[in-house]
Design a binder for this molecule. Sequence first.
Ligand code: MF3
Ligand code: CO
Length: 249
Amino acid sequence: MITRKSRYEINLMKSAGSIVAEVHNTLKELIMPGVSTYELDEIAEKIILKNKAIPAFKGYHGYPATICASINEKVVHGIPSKETFLEEGDIISIDVGAVYKGMVGDSALTHPVGHITGELKQLLEVTNRALFDAIEKMVAGNRLYETVSAAIEDRANLHGYGIVKQYGGHGVGKAMHEDPFLYNFRTGDPGPELKTGMVIAIEPMFNLGTGAVHVLEDNWTVVTDDGRPSAHFEHTVHVSNDGPEILTL
Ligand code: MF3
Ligand code: CO
């Protein structure tokens, strides 16, 4: 069942979303060679707690940290570690969720570490662009898969990027993962009709190589099969009366 949020709930989700945005803005300045992903995680948790919110990921199916920190060929769900240090030329996806007064905000973005190649720069720009193409389609009356999913697929295809198919976006609200699941490609099914009050976390994951991925021994980290880099961008988006409204700014 796809829930529709009240104005009150949307306002709480905006608060959760602005806390998540504060984490992203702070971490962005700290991303540089030599920093460990564990340090980034500690700072993220402090910011969330200071804002009277709760990290949404910690403890979720046993996930051990506040952020997911996924470097290069790691797609999503990379676990922060004292032994993992950022290096010049890396790209790192930071994914953060916060619960404020019972409502979740969820967003991710991929940063360059120092100078990166033109090929990687383009991968980041295009994946982010796909997210915004998709956000534009978050309009009441649209069918989710034939508009939002299709926009993501089209952007990847323009550049020949691999689309990760086993993971995708999701409804979000009281729970981090609610209906509907959002494919990052066309399925043939037009998908559910968008209605005002629906909120969906949109999260394209594009690979320089093929879309094939697998999960590491830690049972969390998703990596590309071919070892080539992957980018990930995410916002929590509300279908409002006035069109798409990003709650994680
Ligand atoms: N943004 C991710 C998602 O929507 C984060 C979940 S990580 C987890 O699936 F550890 F909490 F599972
Ligand atoms: Co998400």
